[in-house]
Design a protein around this ligand. Sequence first.
Ligand SMILES: Cc1cc2nc3c(=O)[nH]c(=O)nc-3n(C[C@H](O)[C@H](O)[C@H](O)COP(=O)(O)OP(=O)(O)OC[C@H]3O[C@@H](n4cnc5c(N)ncnc54)[C@H](O)[C@@H]3O)c2cc1C
Ligand code: HEM
Length: 388
Amino acid sequence: MESPEPGQLLTAREIDLVRASVAAVEPYAADLPRFFYAMLFDRYPQVRELFPAQMDVQHDRLVRALLLIVELVDDPANLVTFCGNLGRDHRKFGTLSAHYPAVGECLLATLEHFAGPAWTDEVAAAWTRAYNAAARTMDQAAIDDARHRPAVWQARIVGHLRRSADLAEITVRTDQPYPFTGGQFVGMETPWWPKIWRYYSPANAARPDGSITFQVRAVTGGRISNALVRRAVVGDVLRLGAPLGDMVLDRGSQRGAVCVAGGTGLAPIRALIEQAVLDGRQLPLDLFVGARSFEELYALDDLYELSRRHPWLTIRAAVADEQSVGRGGGDQLLQALASCGPWPRHDAYLAGPGPMIVAAARILRRGGIPLERIHHDPFVSIDLVDPS
Ligand SMILES: Cc1cc2nc3c(=O)[nH]c(=O)nc-3n(C[C@H](O)[C@H](O)[C@H](O)COP(=O)(O)OP(=O)(O)OC[C@H]3O[C@@H](n4cnc5c(N)ncnc54)[C@H](O)[C@@H]3O)c2cc1C
Ligand code: HEM
């Protein structure tokens, strides 16, 4: 049998087969998750308790990620990074090594069901190799991670401040030390919606007393955000997964930084700036921040205070109407970013609504910042942003 090229997981033919089978099931993408979970819970009822009671449309993320593996099969370095992070993050769900073969078996059976005649023994063998490579990487990363930190931290709410009708500032203390770096984000579970995890970004760098502050906006119809803003009180205990994300300041860089924040995206950027102060930064850092109302710019008071004490920090704020923030992050903010640039020799850090990140990335790319120096929330893709 043909062997993969050095450094590759699958042969060129296997990659083609795996990709062709995904194309064959694409028309059934909406039905796939329901079929997969029904089979998984039927064949392996013991894994049901890892998942939330109510499985809704959002729970197609696992299946979507499994299909993403297909995008990465010919890019082993990225596959290893992606699966390593995912595997470590899966510790908070209670995932064990023994669960991987069960998920793999049901994934393949689901694909077989929907692919019809396109599913051959050769396709099945290629998929088995692709899934096993991903599962092994996830599992090994989780095993290594378990050697030096817990899967979950208990976090007691010690402060709950309503900053506006739908924004709360929530401060917690963890039961064990919780090392993180300003700019990272954290999986959080509340006592009211067991097994439902959402990501929130600490709005501070590590403090001597270990407390962490989150800024949470209640979104319309949103379960966790509304519970956190309107229901949570001091004394309630949340659960945190390990910190994630690499949107952290590059301490070795001799370049200035340009930061763009929209809405609650200010939280990680604020943490990053606090980190810069702690690190004794002297290089310029330009912050562009957009909010939906003047009320929401509250969090800037102490940043302005920091900028008075640290001449390397410059802040420009813009208030945009609600629609404009959702669409592209606030036209004034983006205009300001464009007119103050370009920053070809800077690193960039972007956090906020997806459309804002994409629009800001486009301006910065045009201004000469290469893609690899634009750091942002990993769930937004800017790879295809056209710099021309
Ligand atoms: C890296 C990262 C960092 C983040 N940091 C922050 C932060 O610091 N602060 C912050 O406030 N947020 C942050 N978020 C957003 C946060 O993770 C949540 O997405 C947000 O709080 C909404 O969660 P929810 O459970 O309240 O809403 P969900 O219940 O997930 O609902 C979200 C939306 O989907 C709709 N919806 C829900 N269920 C369904 C359904 N079955 N069918 C159709 N529509 C549905 C809801 O009506 C709502 O409009 C961050 C997100 C990421 C990815
Ligand atoms: C290669 C294998 C796997 C991949 C690629 C994968 C991928 C994912 C992704 C991307 C998410 C969404 C994470 C988030 O948004 O927070 C997720 C959620 C989850 N995964 Fe996995 N997963 C895999 C294997 C497993 C296994 C073996 C289990 C254990 C049975 C498992 C259990 C869960 C649970 C409980 C959730 C959260 C429930 C939910 O929100 O739907 N996963 N997975």
